[in-house]
Design a protein around this ligand. Structure first.
Ligand code: CMC
Length: 435
């Protein structure tokens, strides 16, 4: 963060003295006005619910240019990472700042693989849940519970603890997601198999059974790996900011990541892929493509409360680059499985076509986001709809932990403590009759 040759001056119409505020520049992207001393200087706070104009931290991990539709992890465009690297390379990059060389790659894959198993006691903990519990409810509990099982890596101020906790989380998330799925359908858990790739192992833990050999389909393995890469990080989104805020109190990494899982669950965030597929299925049930026009009218009617799920983004005011890659993967997977005529895929493409030409969406710069096609891919792979957000959580874990560790290592880090504009009652006395 460097001072730029510019300063902001805040003046007031009531004659209060104006104040100069420093301006800092990053390497790319908008400059920021430093308001940290504003309260001391003026007795006023800034007001920005929803953080529309607030940079909550400095970060060197992920950069989004929402107008261009560009996403960079540590400087590398998402398109290149999704084409030339795998998910574990991407994890290494997000955690360490550089892509691994040959030796680092081998060592990192081995390290993650060595931690894929979870404490055997976890399955008894899992048994306390109802079989029909939503997997995100289960996952929030399981991830939080990791802090009870891995006491030796819970000191957030110890770099070695943070390193081990990061590896444990990345390695164990697929095992936990698959366990929550198997528990729900009453099948035995599959232990991880460490000679498989990260995505291949997950497919086997999900769909394999102890009764027969499971053959990993390389097209599905690659598709899943790409889903993981595309969801790995996304700068200061709601769940990442939750993880940072939660971790800023000094709590342990497992607890902070559990908070991220809970935040991700919401339909405006990670829950959108589930909501999007439910929406497509609903339209299909109610008449399919013939009813798309009617559905779009509802979306545009502000009183209907209906949104086109998988569309729109706080930052992207252009096509989400992840959605393009996801559409490509969608084509590959459907072709591999002989589902080229999948009615939901056709429906999604029709909705997209209409929306991209419709004044309502064009004027608001609403484009498909990553969730628009990811549900169709996951459904084709055989992942049940209510597990979609769990897959997102699995993939985002590395982003959360990289951001958390960056925050702890930042000399400027403090506990996060926003202020408020109070609109409630001023001091008053309890009525005499109650005393
Ligand atoms: N369908 C219909 N109208 C929409 C949509 C949509 N999906 N998204 C935004 N709008 C309208 C909104 O009503 C508003 O209209 P107006 O200016 O007339 O009041 C305008 O577009 C601006 O929207 P906003 O709600 O102020 O934008 P936001 O930045 O607060 O919200 C969002 C962003 C992602 C929550 C929102 O676009 C949305 O709810 N989309 C659907 C859910 C979704 O797909 N979420 C996944 C996000 S990507 C994955 C992730 O990172 O989690």
């Amino acid at each position: 963060m460097k001072l730029v040759d510019n300063k902001a001056t805040l003046s007031f119409s009531n004659g209060s003295p104006s104040v100069d505020l420093p301006v800092y520049g990053g390497n790319i992207g908008p400059d920021v006005i430093d308001i940290r001393k504003l309260y001391a200087q003026t007795g006023m706070f800034t007001y920005d619910p929803g953080f529309l104009s607030t940079a909550s931290c400095q970060s060197a991990i992920t950069y989004i240019d929402g107008d261009k539709g560009e996403l960079l992890y540590r400087g590398y465009p998402i398109e290149q990472l999704a084409t030339h690297c795998d998910y574990l390379d991407t994890c290494f990059l997000l955690l360490n700042g550089e892509l691994p060389n040959e030796q680092e790659r081998t060592d990192f894959h081995k390290l993650v693989t060595n931690h894929t198993m979870v404490n055997e006691q976890m399955q008894f903990f899992l048994r306390g849940f109802r079989r029909d519990a939503h997997p995100m409810a289960v996952l929030t509990g399981l991830v939080g519970a990791l802090s009870a099982f891995y006491h030796d890596s819970t000191d957030i101020n110890n770099p070695e603890h943070r390193r081990i906790a990061a590896i444990r989380l990345i390695a164990k998330m697929p095992t936990l997601v698959a366990m929550s799925y198997k528990y729900g359908i009453g099948q035995p858990y599959m232990y991880p198999q460490n000679n498989l790739s990260y995505a291949g192992n997950f497919l086997r833990m999900m769909f394999g059974t102890p009764c027969e050999e499971y053959q990993v389909n390389p097209v599905l393995e690659r598709a899943l790996d790409r889903i993981f890469i595309l969801h790995a990080d996304h700068e200061q989104n709601a769940s990442t900011s939750t993880v940072r805020l939660c971790g800023s109190s000094g709590t342990n990494p497992f607890a902070a990541i559990a908070a991220g899982v809970a935040c991700l669950w919401g339909p405006a965030h990670g829950g959108a892929n589930e909501a999007c597929l439910n929406m497509l299925e609903d339209i299909q049930r109610n008449g399919g493509i013939a009813k798309v026009g009617e559905f779009m009218n509802q979306v545009k009617d502000k009183n209907s409360g209906v949104k086109l799920m998988g569309f729109g983004h706080r930052v992207y005011k252009n096509y989400d680059p992840r959605a393009k890659l996801m559409q490509e993967t969608c084509n590959e997977v459907l072709q591999e499985l002989g589902l080229e005529n999948d009615p939901l895929f056709k429906l999604a493409k029709e909705l997209e076509k209409i929306a991209l030409e419709d004044e309502y969406f064009v004027s608001r710069k609403l484009y498909p986001n990553v969730d628009f096609y990811s549900g169709i891919v996951q459904r084709a792979i055989g992942i049940p709809v209510n597990l979609f957000t769990g897959i997102f959580a699995l993939a985002r874990t590395v982003g959360w932990i990289a951001q958390l560790n960056e925050m702890i290592g930042d000399p400027e880090y403090k506990i996060g403590r926003p202020r408020q504009l109070f609109t409630g009652s001023p001091r008053r006395d309890v009525p005499a009759a109650k005393k």
